[in-house]
Design a protein around this ligand. Sequence first.
Ligand code: TPP
Ligand code: MG
Length: 714
Amino acid sequence: MDPNGQRLQRPLAERKNMLRARANGENDLDLTCINTIRTLSMDAVQAANSGHPGTPMALAPVAYCLWHNFLRFDPQDPIWPNRDRFILSAGHASMLLYSLLHLTGVKAVSKDYETLGEPSVPLEAIKRFRQLDSRCPGHPEYRWTSGVETTTGPLGNGLATSVGMAIAGRWMAAHFNQPGFEDLIDFNVYALCGDGCMMEGISAEAASLAGHLKLSNLCWIYDNNHITIEGHTAMTFSDDVATRFIGHGWNVTRVGDANDQEMLARAFHSFLNTRYRPTLIIVDSHIAYGAPHKQDTSAAHGEPLGEEEIRLTKRSYGWPEDARFLVPDGVYERFHNGIGKRGRELREAWFSRLPDYRAAYPELADELYRMQHRQLPEGWDKDVPTFSPDAKGLATRDASGKVLNALGKTIPWLMGGSADLAPSCKSRLTFDGAGDFFADSPAGRNLHFGIREHAMAAVLNGMALVKVRAYGSSFLIFSDYARGAMRLSALMELPVVYVFTHDSIGVGEDGPTHQPVEQLPSLRSIPGLIVLRPADANETAEAWKVIMKLHHEPAVLILTRQAVPTIDRSRYASASGLARGAYVLADAPDAQPDVLLLATGSEVVLCLEAHERLKAEGIKSRVVSMPSWELFDDQPQEYRDSVLPPEVTARVSVEQASTFGWAKYVGARGNSIGMRSFGASAPLKDLVKKFGFTPEHVIAAAKEQIGLSRRNWM
Ligand SMILES: Cc1ncc(C[n+]2csc(CCOP(=O)(O)OP(=O)(O)O)c2C)c(N)n1
Ligand SMILES: [Mg+2]
C-alpha cells in the first residue's frame, strides 16, 4: 500500500523480468528455484498458522542471486573456517534461510564439530516449522540449526554481529596470511536486513564503526520495502538511508527491483570490487511479491497468507495451485551445481593447502587449529600472577588488567577492547606487539569500540562466532546498554568475556547515574551467563582462569574501581575456591558456626572484619565468599551443604547491590544487607555509612540473626 491506502501495481520491470525469464530456458530454472523458496515459505507459514511469509517471498530472488552465484560456502561442510558468512538480520524472515539450507542440502554438524552427514533442514523440518524440536524454529538459532551463522530476531543485532565477524576476518587475515598463503583467510560477510534493522540504534552504532574501520569484507543488503508491522514506513521512517551510509563511509549501491538478477549481480560485483569501504546494497522490494491481495501490505508481515490467497499467488507464479511443499525437478540439482560445486571446490582447495601451510608455519597452523576448536595453547596460564597479602591492596580492575595482560601474551587470539573506557577498565593489552586494531593495522589486538556499548556486545558475539576469544569492557552501569546482545551471547552459548568495572556505590562521587544497583541481579537472571564478582586480586586471577576454560558460556567479570585489601591466604582459605563459585573463607575454630556471613566482591573483606570482631566477642561466624552464584549452584548438593550447612539458619548476606535473589541463600528469615534505593553522590566513606556497609552494621545483623535463629530452635 502507498501511504494513501492505494494498492501498488506490480512494476513494469518485474513483469518484463518474468516474461524475459519465461522466454529463456536457463532463466526459467532460476525462476523455478526462486519460486520454490517462495512457495516453501508460504506453505510452511500456513502449516504453522504463524510466521512471516511476505519477506521470504520478496527476497527469494536476492538470496538466490547471492547463494547461487557468489557465496563461498560448502553445504557439505558448513563450518569450514574460510567460508563466507550469511546473516539473516531480519530474523522474522527465517523461512527464507530454512528454504536455502534445505535446497542447498546443508549438512548437520554435531556440537563437537564433526560433520554428521544428515541434512540440517530436511523437508520434514520445514513442514514442522515453529513446532517443538523442529530444526526450523520461529527465528534462526545458532547451535540448533547447522548453517545458521548467528541467532537473529532482535532487529539490528544481526547487523552488528556481522561487523564482529568482519573484524575477526580482518584480524585473522592479518595474523594468519603469510607469504605464499596471502589468501588463506579472505572470507566475506553478508547480512540481510529490513526497515526494522535500519531503525534500531544498534545498526547506526555498527555501521559507524564498520565504516570507520573500512571493513571492505562486509556487505549489508537492505530490503527497502517500506513496510513494517504497523503499516507503511511513511508513518515512522524518512531517513535518506543512502546518504546516511555515505556519511558513515560506505559504498552504497541500489537495486531498483528485487527481481532483477542482473542488477543484483552487478551490485554484488560492486561489493567485491570495493576496497576500503563496506558496501550497502539498497534493494527495493515488494513484500509478499505476487500475492494479489497482500503484496505491499503489512498483512503479509506476520500472519499466514490464507489458503485462498496462497492459491492465487501460486497461480500468479505459474505454480501448481494445490501443490504443497513442492520442490520441482531440477531445483536441488541447480543448487548442487552452483553453490554446491563452487563451495566444494573452494573448501577442498583450501584444505589441500593446509599441510603446506603447516610445514611452512607450524606455530600459526597450530594456533589456527586450536582457535577453531576453542582450545588453549600449552602453558596459557603460566604467567598469571599471584598477589601478596596487602592491607591496602588494589582495585580488582587493576588486578584484572595485570592478569589479562599475562593471558594476552600466551593466547594470541585473545583480543578485545572497550567502549572508550579502557583506561578506567584496565582492559588494554600493553605488552610489546599487542598493537591497536585500526583500518590500516588489522593485526592489532586492542579494539576501540568507541562509545557504542550495544554494538560492542554484538560485535563480540560476531568475533566469538568466528572463534576469536573476545572481550569487551565498560562500566557495570552501562551493561544495560549492551544487554540485548549480551542475552544473545548466552542464548548462543558463546564464550564472550564482559569486563565491567565501577561495580557499586564504590564509585562514590559520580553518584547514582553511575552507581549500579540492579545490574548485578539482573545479569544473574540471564540463563547460562556466568557472573563473577571477585573479592580481591587473587580471586580476580582465579576468575580469569575459570573464564578462559569456558567453551560455551559467556562470563561477566564484575570489578571494583576502588582498592580492596589483598586477603592473606595463609590465614584464610585459598582463592582457588573461587572455581566452585562459593567457598568457606574464614570459619569458626570448630567449624560449627552460629552464623554465616555471605558476601561478594568488595564486601567480603567487610565480612572478614566483622568475623574477627565477633570472634573477639566469642561469637562463632563463618565467612563465605560467593563470587559466582552460577558456579556454586552447579556444585553437588554435598559441597553446597558443606559451605552453607542447612542447620545454620542464622545468615547475613552483604552486597552493594539490590538484595534481589539473596533470599535463595539466606532463607526467608535471613538478613540481606544491600541497596534498597539508588545511591548518592558523595565520598565513599560517607556512602558506606549511609547505606549500612559498616562492620558495626554487619555485626548487629549477625547478632540479631543468632538471636532469631535461637528463638526458632525453641
Ligand atoms: C528489537 C526488536 N523490536 C521489535 C521486534 C518485533 N518485530 C519483528 S519484525 C518487526 C517489523 C520489522 O519490519 P521490517 O524490518 O521492515 O521487516 P519486514 O516487515 O519488511 O519484513 C518488528 C517490529 C523485533 N523482532 N526486534
Ligand atoms: Mg520492511
